[in-house]
Design a protein around this ligand. Structure first.
Ligand code: GUN
Ligand code: FE
Length: 453
């Protein structure tokens, strides 16, 4: 966090399973590096992607979207002046219910994959809908298109519209169906089910207890929403008056584990942060959503100071943008709004998230939240090659870099001055870049997107 590792003049070798086998600094010839690593390889078996001659081109770890409602994609940008609870009733539940139609779901989910991959998202933790068949379809599409994904069939059995709700036993049946389909039919290590109680108000205590038990029995990830909106907090207090806090509602149903992703976490007490830390659960920070449906400003620095894992979520379509780059930018801006409201000048600086901070949240931070730090999130020997190739000069881009700004940083990779120059280029990417700069994307070493088809 806050640090950036730049590997100039470095070659990196990936095997057929997508595992990074070597990383060699001061490389002169990547083909030779591969042959040095394994003399039994034949040159024709090695595929080289070389960025060295091309200024403004670099690899960055694939983005990790820790919270995205795939089913809500058609509503991206459509939220009017609503806030969470009326937004759910007016915009969201009717849209989600319509995905029971498999043709509709197929179109929407394929489009989500088109867009997330083109924006460099190599791993996503998805919410689908309550419907098992279309959730299974989404899992198939992710496997087919090669994205690393958690598939969350949504669970809700109370305080939901008649046209979009399950009973406890229907929900148990459909979740079992999705877990079985993904594990025993799709059988792709990269695609996993995730237990998804929508949020406490729409789940009975009985349902949450069963979900906690099921997650434990099958060693499953869990995701839900926590402390997003003030009216939601009051509602939870009324519904679960026996619990001391919103966080304890989940904790008392065994829903807080090291594999739990908690979206939003805006209005939490210190005691609640202690519980989240203790349980080693992670937070998905969704700044575009929080600003759009005016939920509030998540105090990310406070979470990080509490040693809580934090990643980024687009939260489509509470959030309007499929891009994790745009979400990182908004995370930086929201932290500055918090800083502007802080009267103590010394604390102000600390509240501001830097470019390096938010790019950490977009990659390694997300990997920590999904409990996948051993496999993804950065370039390390033994990790998967989940990567995007960025070109700051690609056609039509908003990024403008003058020749003198490049300053040939690659020639003097090790000195601090050139590290600073490269950090400036990354800042340009964060603030002025978009999907036009993402020219190629790989998941587990396999190319899943290319802008030059
Ligand atoms: N809380 C319960 N459901 C939702 C949802 O779909 N989106 C967001 N942002 N918050 C929720
Ligand atoms: Fe959400």
């Amino acid at each position: 966090l806050g640090q950036l590792r730049i590997r100039a003049r470095t070659s990196l070798g990936v095997d057929i399973n997508g595992v990074i086998k070597f990383i060699k600094a001061e490389s002169l010839n990547p083909l030779q590096d591969a042959l040095d690593f394994d003399p039994n390889l034949k040159s024709c078996e090695i595929n080289v992607v070389d960025t060295f001659e091309h200024q403004g081109t670099f690899f960055f770890p694939g983005f990790i979207d820790t919270h995205v409602h795939a089913s809500q994609y058609p509503n991206a940008g459509i939220f009017g002046s609503s806030t969470l609870l009326d937004w759910l009733e007016t915009y969201t539940f009717p849209l989600e219910a319509g995905l029971k139609d498999l043709d509709n779901a197929r179109k929407i989910y394929n489009r989500v994959l088109d867009k997330t991959l083109a924006h460099g998202t190599t791993t996503a933790s998805y919410y689908t809908t309550i419907d098992a068949d279309s959730s299974n379809l989404m899992a198939e599409i992710c496997a087919q298109r090669g994205q690393r994904a958690l598939i969350g069939k949504v669970c809700m059995n109370q305080n939901s519209p008649d046209y979009y709700v399950e009973t406890l036993s229907e929900c148990q049946h459909s979740l079992n169906k999705v877990v079985d389909h993904i594990r025993n039919k799709i059988k792709d290590d990269k695609v996993k089910p995730i237990v998804t109680p929508r949020f406490a108000p729409t789940c009975t205590s009985e349902l949450m207890a069963w979900l906690g038990k099921t997650a434990q029995e099958h060693d499953l990830h869990i995701q839900t929403h926590l402390s997003e909106n003030k009216k939601e907090l009051e509602w939870v207090k009324e519904l679960f008056s026996e619990s001391d806090s919103y966080t304890e509602v989940y904790d008392s149903h065994q829903l807080l584990t090291p594999k739990t992703v908690l979206a939003h976490c805006i209005h939490l007490s210190d005691k609640e942060l202690d519980i989240i830390k203790e349980r080693k659960s992670g937070v998905s920070h969704c700044p575009i959503s929080n600003s759009s449906i005016t939920s509030g400003e998540c105090e990310v620095r406070r979470l990080l100071d509490h040693e809580i894992k934090v990643g980024l979520g687009t939260d489509l379509s509470g959030g309007y943008d499929v891009s994790i780059l745009a979400t990182a930018r908004q995370a930086l801006l929201v932290s500055r709004h918090l800083a502007m409201k802080e009267p103590d000048a010394a604390k102000q600086e600390h509240l501001k998230l830097s470019v390096n901070d938010v790019l950490f949240l977009s990659s390694l931070g997300g990997a920590q939240v999904l409990d996948m730090e051993e496999t993804i999130g950065s370039f390390e020997v033994g990790k998967q090659f989940d990567t995007q190739l960025i070109d700051l000069n690609s056609a039509g881009t908003k990024v403008d870099v003058f020749d003198w700004q490049y300053a040939k940083w690659s020639e003097k990779s090790r000195d601090d001055e050139n590290k600073k120059l490269f950090e400036d280029l990354l800042a340009k990417w964060l603030f002025t870049g978009d999907d036009r700069n993402t020219v190629s994307v790989w998941v587990a070493g396999k190319q899943v997107f290319s802008s030059v088809n």
